[in-house]
Design a protein around this ligand. Structure first.
Ligand SMILES: Cc1cc2nc3c(=O)[nH]c(=O)nc-3n(C[C@H](O)[C@H](O)[C@H](O)COP(=O)(O)O)c2cc1C
Length: 313
């Protein structure tokens, strides 16, 4: 019997080279080392950290999670250790492991975003990219959400790009808009190196015993397989709207879903909620992706992506 053909799963998001196209989504993999050794960070092409804010945040009151038929609702409220502890503890711990994370950041204004990015620009450790979490309704005044306003996206992205030349800047967009393609174009115009799509959808639940939402903030963010078709449409729309790469996020829970994201134009795919259900998923998807390449006689992902993209136009 002949040896199985060697295939490469290497992926590229703009200038950033990744050993494989799977990333851990922000908020679903802590600061990268919490799941070790069950799910080592090196399994992923890159790890996106929990969103960091200028100051530590305790997050919203409990309960903060509820299951839905095909996903989950969360109202974590950006609980995080804050920039100082991230720089002192989390980033050095990842660096000691040889992991350069995609650092997710959020703040209440373009100026605050820039100040945060500036501090990260001065960090001695490697950073693969910055991901701007532009959908942080709990932070901005009056619950405003940058990602619903193309001008705000442009302002924040430009402010960060001005102070963070050392690695690519990705703008993470919200699906809770009329046309995500327009917002993606605003990010591109401001110099974003890639667009990450999508964050959670607005959802809610009602506890029939109390007649109230279980969440203090009433609505919450829906994630998981339930949002996959929405995410796929968003990724496709963004890929048709901009020239910069798209990083897909939203409900991916199987090799087929990852392949569909790549077919829709994504350069890489983040796994989020699915990691809670099955920490073995990334390794299995990578093995199945390699099998899919071998079965089609492809040495890497490029010809497959090109073929799908061509067919989808
Ligand atoms: C518990 C939880 C916490 C999250 N925290 C963040 C966060 O801090 N920053 C962020 O940009 N996205 C956060 N997200 C959104 C995910 O990164 C992702 O965009 C979303 O869950 C859709 O992907 P999925 O369906 O694969 O989980 C969070 C999601 C969950 C479920």
């Amino acid at each position: 019997m002949s040896e199985p053909r060697a295939v490469s799963l290497a992926a590229q998001v703009g200038e950033l080279r990744l050993a494989n196209p799977l990333l851990a989504a922000s908020g679903c993999f802590g600061y990268g080392l919490e799941c070790d050794p069950l799910l080592p960070p090196e399994t992923f092409g890159a790890v996106v950290t929990k969103t960091i804010t200028p100051l530590a945040r305790a997050g919203n009151p409990m309960p903060r999670i509820a299951e839905t038929p095909a996903g989950m609702l969360n109202s974590i409220g950006l609980e995080n250790v804050g920039l100082a502890a991230f720089l002192a503890d989390k980033l050095p711990a990842l660096a000691a492991r040889g992991v350069a994370p995609v650092v997710s950041i959020a703040a209440g204004s373009a100026e605050e975003f820039a100040a945060l990015a500036g501090r990260l620009a001065a960090a001695p450790q490697a950073i693969a990219a910055l991901e701007l979490n532009l959908s942080c309704p709990n932070l901005a005044p009056h619950g405003a959400n940058f990602a619903t306003d193309p001008l705000a996206v442009e302002r924040v992205t430009r402010a960060v790009k001005d102070v963070f030349p050392r690695a690519p800047v990705w703008a993470k967009l919200s699906p809770n808009v009329a046309d995500i393609g327009l917002v993606a174009r605003a990010a591109e115009a401001a110099g974003a190196d890639a667009v990450s799509a999508i964050n959670t959808l607005v959802g809610m639940d009602i506890d029939l015993a109390t007649g109230r939402s279980p969440f203090a903030r009433v609505t919450a963010g829906l994630s998981g397989p339930a949002i996959f078709p929405v995410a796929l449409a968003a990724v496709y729309r963004v890929a048709q709207s901009v020239r910069i790469p798209v990083v897909a996020i939203g409900g991916a829970a199987s090799t087929e879903m990852v392949l569909k994201f790549l077919a829709a134009g994504a350069s890489a795919v983040q796994l989020g909620t699915a990691l809670y259900i099955d920490p073995g998923l990334p390794a299995r998807v990578l093995a199945e992706l390699a099998d899919a390449l071998r079965a089609r006689g492809c040495a890497d992902l490029k010809p497959l992506r090109a073929q799908w993209l061509e067919a989808s136009r």
